[in-house]
Design a protein around this ligand. Sequence first.
Ligand SMILES: [Zn+2]
Length: 214
Amino acid sequence: MTNLPEHLLHGYRNFMQGRYSAESGRYTSLAHEGQHPETMIIACCDSRSAPETIFDCGPGELFVLRNVANLVPPYEPDGVFRSTSAALEFAVQSLRVKNIVVMGHGRCGGIKAALNNGGPPLSPGDFIGRWMSLIGPAAETVSTSTLMTATERQTALERISIRYSLANLRSFPCVSILEGKGKLTLYGAWFDISTGELWVMNKETGDFERPELD
Ligand SMILES: [Zn+2]
């Protein structure tokens, strides 16, 4: 009798015999000394876009925040429960990360929901609908463009939402101040699940380009 699905327990056994065993010293020192990741990644909850997998990172390397469609809401110190802002505050003010990467991905269900706004909500709370309304104006503009195919609209909004989240990151005083001092750098990236291609946002143009790999 177990209290977890069998495939999770099987994976955990593999982890303990494999990665944890091979990197036990690293885990031990991280436990004693605490974490000092240099990079925060804001990614989607989607099971196909795990940052640690895509960037081949080990324990202690990435401070990861995942939410539906990797959105950063604007800075609003209003006393409401804000998990994204809390994670951001900790990463920037306590961990002092040097990099923040907003990473979107292809075939994003959240973005698709924003483009197909008007259907019935998944639950009476309509949490996804309310969350995706953050990019409502952009979604409406893109969804009404009849010159684009459905696939093009999807990719366009996925990339527009990354630029939107980067702009909102800069609405947080702690982010904009540290970026201005050169102590924090913001990046945008988009991962194509079907091909494994990673596209990185050009800071000057906002376009997404393939990075040069060695
Ligand atoms: Zn997604």
